[in-house]
Design a protein around this ligand. Structure first.
Ligand code: PLP
Ligand code: COI
Length: 340
């Protein structure tokens, strides 16, 4: 294990590791899986990735358990979502087997960077796929590069598991109504940078984006999905313009197991008046509890956590998720892949 890292203080940032794993699609087929020690790539200056945004990615995590075993959370679901993103941008889908083999390799080769049990940190796995072929006309590539890099990370929102405030603003959209929001496309994040920067400058941790068509319903919360607890029910937006979060899917299952009703439906902005908890959920965010939601256009403030403490449901979600990922609770859903 790397002894120079202060695991408990790791930010959610890039920390160099020893190896990354690569595979290229050329002449109609995926080539051999290659291990690289370089953290740069050499691509054609006219590659579709850098001109026309043929770039998709994923995010998942590996954890060191109480029993010393390493577990990767919901690997196949991330592989499937990357395939959906690829189809959305006319890119070549990476077969699940290649995705799995490369993930396991990247994690094993960088084992010394997997944070110790109890540190609160984890190994973030970032798969990405880019179009390589040179194009000046707008057309998809026929050659692709798929890379898996890993980096040890701490909490996404500063301060870890405590309430942060988020805001609603209507003068920016991150995606179009029938656009690329349902896929994990780099361009979606480019479009979110300006509103997110404005939100940060005003002291908010993220923007709660509204549906881009009517600006009536809640969509998602920066780089995470949104859920709330209303009359004891788990409610979360149903929308064509949000990423189907694997964390959110997991929470819906846990909520049902905890005896809660789950509603995936349109949620209007004014419903924020009557919720008892809210959080941003995702691989990076885990469940980040929300203290207050401010609508910057109307001036309305929705106080969610009066005492600024994470609510009981969110606290229990995090406890259960962490227990499953660290091998302290039985993985009854088969969510974890153990790295042998
Ligand atoms: N929504 C967006 C826009 C994201 O970037 C992410 C992060 O991956 C999520 C939601 C959460 O998805 P997941 O739980 O699969 O990480
Ligand atoms: C993740 O949660 O894995 C994400 O992709 C968020 C990231 C954009 C910071």
């Amino acid at each position: 294990m790397d002894t120079t890292i202060d695991w408990g203080k790791l930010p959610f940032g890039y920390y160099p590791t020893d190896y990354n794993v690569r595979c290229e699609f050329r002449n109609g087929q995926w080539g051999p899986i290659e291990v690289s020690q370089s953290d740069t790539i050499n691509i054609h200056m006219a590659a579709t990735a850098i001109h026309y945004g043929q770039e998709i990615f994923e995010g998942l995590k590996a954890f060191r358990g109480k029993d010393g075993k390493i577990r990767i959370f919901r690997l196949e679901d991330n592989a499937r979502r990357l395939q959906e993103s690829a189809k959305g941008l006319l890119m070549e889908p990476v077969p699940t087997e290649i995705f799995r083999e490369m993930c396991l390799k990247a994690v094993k080769l960088n084992e010394r960077f997997i944070p110790p049990y109890g540190s609160g940190a984890s190994l973030y796995i970032r798969p990405l796929e880019i179009g390589l072929s040179p194009r000046i006309g707008v057309k998809e590539a026929d050659e692709y590069l798929f890379i898996i890099m890993v980096t040890p990370v701490g909490p996404y929102f500063k301060g870890g598991f405590k309430c942060t405030d988020i805001c609603i603003m209507r003068n920016f959209d991150r995606v179009a109504p029938l656009g690329t929001g349902r896929w994990k496309v780099g361009g979606n994040y480019a479009a979110s940078m300006m509103p997110t920067h404005i939100a940060h400058e005003k002291g908010y941790s993220a923007v709660l984006f509204l549906d881009p068509k009517e600006k009536k319903y809640l969509d998602e919360c920066g780089p995470a999905n949104f859920y709330a607890i209303k009359d004891g029910k788990y409610i979360t937006p149903k929308s064509d313009s949000i990423l189907p979060s694997i964390t959110n899917m997991s929470l819906m299952t846990l909520a049902q197991e905890m005896g809660m009703e789950v509603e995936q439906r349109h949620i209007t902005v004014d419903e924020l008046e009557s919720i008892s908890e809210a959080a941003a959920c995702g691989t990076a965010a885990v469940c980040s509890p929300v203290g207050e939601i401010d609508d910057l256009d109307t001036g309305k403030k929705y106080i969610i956590a009066k005492d600024r403490k994470p609510g009981p449901v969110t606290t229990e979600f995090v406890r259960r998720l962490e227990a499953i990922r660290h091998g302290e609770e039985e993985d009854t859903h088969g969510w974890c892949t153990i790295v042998e």
